[in-house]
Design a protein around this ligand. Sequence first.
Ligand SMILES: [Ca+2]
Length: 156
Amino acid sequence: MLCFDINGVQEVEQWQSVDLRAVKKAARGTGVEATFSVWVNRVVIGSSPGIFTVTFAALRGTPDGAPEMWGKLPKQALAYDKQTLAADTDPETWQRLSASLAVPPDADFLLICIAAKSREPAGRAGLISHFADSASLEIRIPPAPSVAGGIPRTTK
Ligand SMILES: [Ca+2]
């Protein structure tokens, strides 16, 4: 589980990069579909809204250049999606937040950012109120083209 300590800073981000080399090899030069999803929840403090954002991008190059690229998104990304969710006020329920991309064959890695944003009062040190859990990334590779328009040829 990710715990976002947004006390005093109002927004916290967690990052993950995913190398696509193995995917590119398996996809044989075609694009793939990718969906990232995560479950989010919060404990309400005061009247502040709890906002979660997932930013999902496909990029060229290497992840060590990601911080510089991030400032230029979405212009720099080959594919880009950003989804936001206002968390409900029930700490017993989790809500699913997801983002999807059509990843072109020349993308080298995926960059994922989960951000939690609130306006909590300062001076509540040690009180963690925003959480993310059960993150998953699904990459769907289309089937290889067949020789007979989708139906494998049979021999007589
Ligand atoms: Ca909830």
